[in-house]
Design a protein around this ligand. Structure first.
Ligand code: SAH
Length: 247
């Protein structure tokens, strides 16, 4: 049996009960070292198989091998395992093994809660990593999502190896989104050393953003109130009506 478990953004308070109990009932924990470290207090007694970044295929091979011996394996992903995580690959590579996916709190909704309520209307996730996706397709999606006035959550927004993709993405967004559109940057959401920056498309400092951050860019109805980001869902007329009734 293989479980693929999303441990949430931080690995503690934001982990679901189901994720915790699944890890507890598993014999072997397989995962990327950084995520294993986030839950080390939970897995003291367990057999742990961890390896580095970009070794996902080896990790899944190992998990499949171990499950064939009759053990229960939990493959760990940060956030939600089905959002740029391990869920798809495990399902693709599994043969006869039973696989179950345990959902988790993904970085976008965790960061949104820290920022206020930026995801109140239609939004999308776009990863700026071109390790597995052609860069032209990434930029095309940025352009079309901006034209469609989606709130955009940028995962893998900026790394040392690709310092300019974020700036390029913002240049594309400017074609359709105003320079005053609110932008939230959350680094280490719900983890130690959490950092929150609220700015706009015009004022963003790209240097604040790294691979431990997520960037949320508003739509045409997003605004900043008391240092929180809110995307209006369209309650204005209802609220007006209520106020009139009260008067
Ligand atoms: N499966 C994960 C995403 C993995 S991709 C999820 O559902 O959240 C890795 C990217 O996710 C990072 O580069 C960053 O953009 C984002 N991310 C993951 N955890 C985060 C956190 N705690 N705070 C901010 N961003 C995070």
């Amino acid at each position: 049996m293989i479980y693929v478990v999303g441990i949430g953004p931080g690995g503690h308070e934001t982990m679901t009960h189901e994720a915790r109990s699944t890890i507890q009932k598993s014999d072997v924990i397989v995962g990327y070292k950084t995520y294993i470290d986030l839950i080390k207090d939970l897995i003291k007694e367990k057999q742990v198989v961890s390896n580095g970044m970009k070794q996902e295929i080896d990790r899944v091979k190992k998990a499949v091998e171990i499950s064939k011996t009759g053990k229960t394996v939990a493959v760990i992903s940060s956030g939600d395992a089905g959002v740029y995580g391990m869920a798809g690959l495990v399902l693709e590579m599994a043969e006869e093994e039973k696989v179950e996916i345990i959902s988790g709190v993904t970085a976008s909704t965790a960061a949104a809660a820290v920022l206020g309520a930026p995801l109140m209307h239609d939004f999308c996730h776009i990863s700026l990593s071109d390790l597995l996706t052609p860069l032209e397709l990434i930029y095309k999606r940025i352009e079309l999502a901006s034209e469609g006035d989606f709130v955009i959550c940028l995962y893998n927004p900026r790394s040392k190896g690709r310092p300019d993709y974020l700036k390029n993405a913002f240049e594309i967004m400017r074609k359709f989104k105003s320079g005053s559109t609110p932008v939230g940057i959350v680094k280490n959401a719900e983890r130690e050393n959490q950092e929150v920056h609220i700015c706009t498309i015009d004022t963003i400092d790209y240097e604040l953003v790294d691979m431990l951050s997520i960037v949320i860019v508003g739509n045409g109805s997003t605004y900043i109130k008391n240092n929180t980001i809110i995307t209006k869902r369209g309650y204005e007329n209802k609220l007006k009506g209520e106020r009139n009734e009260e008067i």
